[in-house]
Design a protein around this ligand. Structure first.
Ligand code: NAD
Length: 491
């Protein structure tokens, strides 16, 4: 999707003006303070889903759940259609707002993610019942909601995650309370307010999606522990994934990844290079599924590096990579908890910013930097979330697969291969055992963007639900009638 500079500048101006119109209570997270207009009123709790207090948000979402439980599936669809419509029609405005607030990623992809999640997230059409009919009668298995779901969302896609979670969860008959990442809280609150306002006006239920306006670790933990929360869905990095798994509640955990790419000598190098550039540069490498490091066999290495340059990626030299690594990867924690992480100032920044840190000027609009490194370079093991990809030379396919498995860290998240050798595909698929395994395409093709299937940006890896759907957020209920209604049976 292309936007010219004037359009983007106009939209930014418009949105800045729009942000100025967000009532102060929402912008400051004072959900219960009297406001100048439509966001919230003073009262027992906030309106249109924006709250300060976890207890009040859960109470409101519980009340909304009771109301939703009395409505038809058709009403669920109507509700979801509002979420879809706002995500699609207001994608430019909301995507720009997200970009302005989080300051990471690329505007055109923020906009595209909102549109795509609005269009392609599975809704009520994905719901199904199963029937067993036989000599002993009839058993119907239906999918029931859990109730109020606590959702934790990342800064990398603040509102798109809420769009996807809300469509999935409401399709399953649930309501939700979201604790967004603090750095994406304003766009989260504004999106949620718009969704609820439209839904309440049409369907007459408010607070189906609630959001904590001033989220903190304490509010996240309060949500984990809350008796009114039936299920947790976490989308984020290692710390929050661990916290959810230790919470004592049932949790759907969409955790971190470090997707390796393997390339062998049978690959179509131009196709592989185009795919790696497209996937690794998308939203400046913020996606958990994005290509993070490449293991290429010796026999293909130079051809692949040339193809990368031919398709517009800029190759850094060894000293430039050394300078970039020293600046962009930092160490945090003490003693045994010490570990390397991507530097905050570089996560989701443009390739030009990274290039400057490497001591290099690159053409405006450069999408991706890359270069040859040893496997010991931290960019190989750290989930960098920035548009520089290290390429490691491997003796053969077995070494490439072994290293890919090692540096995927056992997350079992996403892995990719470029090859025309079916045996190598199979070998890697078996060895890495990841939730997503992409062959001969960019990472996003595995979420229906250029490949088959549907999308969600909550890909539950350690807990095993995979790309989440409405069914992820339902309980099975079985209704058995003994001996009757098997109408094919004998009298
Ligand atoms: P993050 O882990 O810093 O934050 C994610 C959310 O968890 C935020 O709302 C944050 O406030 C909260 N949080 C963090 N630590 C917590 C703790 N100890 N207790 C309770 N809440 C806590 O991650 P981020 O930078 O926002 O997002 C990027 C990370 O998310 C990457 O690791 C990426 O791989 C992962 N991610 C995974 C998926 C997936 O589908 N599997 C999707 C998107 C992002």
């Amino acid at each position: 999707m292309q936007f010219d500079e004037t359009t983007i500048r106009n939209v930014v101006q418009q949105v800045l003006a729009e942000v100025g119109r967000i009532p102060a209570a929402a912008a400051n997270g004072q959900a219960n303070a009297p406001s100048n207009g439509s966001v919230m009123a003073s009262g027992a709790y906030g309106r249109h889903g924006v709250f300060n207090c976890v207890d009040q948000a859960v109470a409101a979402a519980s009340e909304a759940f009771d109301q939703l439980s009395r409505r038809s599936i058709e009403d669920r669809k109507r509700i979801i259609d509002h979420i879809r419509r706002i995500s699609i029609d207001q994608a430019v405005e909301l995507g720009t707002m997200e970009m302005e607030e989080t300051k990471i990623g690329r505007l055109e992809h923020k906009i595209e993610k909102l549109r795509t999640l609005g269009e392609k997230t599975p809704g009520v059409e994905f719901m199904k019942s199963d029937v067993f009919s036989g000599d002993h009668g009839l058993a119907v298995i239906e999918r029931a909601p859990f109730g109020v779901i606590g959702a934790i969302t990342p800064v990398t896609h603040s509102l798109p995650t809420i769009t996807g979670n809300a469509v999935n969860m409401i399709a399953g008959g649930n309501t939700l309370v979201v604790n967004p990442h603090p750095s994406g809280r304003r766009v989260a609150a504004e999106g949620v307010r718009r969704f609820n306002e439209a839904i309440a006006a049409d369907v007459g239920i408010d607070n189906l999606i609630c959001v904590i306006a001033e989220p903190t670790l304490e509010t996240a933990n309060a949500l984990f522990a809350h008796r009114g929360i039936a299920l947790i869905c976490v989308t984020g990095g290692p710390a929050v994934a661990r916290a959810a798994l230790n919470s004592g509640k049932r949790a759907v955990v969409a955790g971190p990844g470090n997707p390796p790419v393997v390339v062998d000598e049978t690959a179509d190098f131009d196709r592989a290079a185009r795919a790696i550039i497209q996937g690794a540069s998308y939203d400046n490498n913020l996606l958990c599924i994005s290509e993070k490091e490449v293991f290429c066999v010796e026999a293909a290495f130079d051809a692949l590096m040339s193809a990368m340059e031919r398709h517009g990626a800029v190759r850094l030299t060894a000293p430039e990579i050394e300078r970039l690594t020293a600046t962009a990867i930092t160490t945090v924690g003490e003693g045994e908890h010490q570990h390397e992480v991507a530097g905050k100032d570089f996560i989701g920044q443009d390739a030009e910013v990274l290039a400057r840190a490497a001591g290099r000027e690159v053409p405006v609009g450069t999408e991706l930097l890359f270069g040859e490194t040893h496997e010991s370079n931290p960019f190989v093991r750290v989930e960098q979330m920035m548009p520089f990809v290290p390429f490691v030379r491997c003796r053969d396919i077995d070494e490439a697969i072994t290293k890919a498995k090692y540096y995927e860290h056992g997350f079992r998240h996403t892995a990719l291969i470029h090859t025309n050798n079916v045996h190598n595909m199979t070998k890697m698929g078996r060895a890495l055992d990841t939730t997503l395994f992409v062959k001969n395409g960019p990472c996003m093709a595995s979420l229906g963007l250029g490949g088959e299937g549907y999308i969600s940006v909550s890909i539950a890896t350690p807990t095993g639900e995979g790309v989440t759907t409405p069914l992820t957020f339902t309980r099975e209920r079985r209704c058995s009638l003994i001996d009757d209604l098997h109408i094919l049976g004998r009298d």
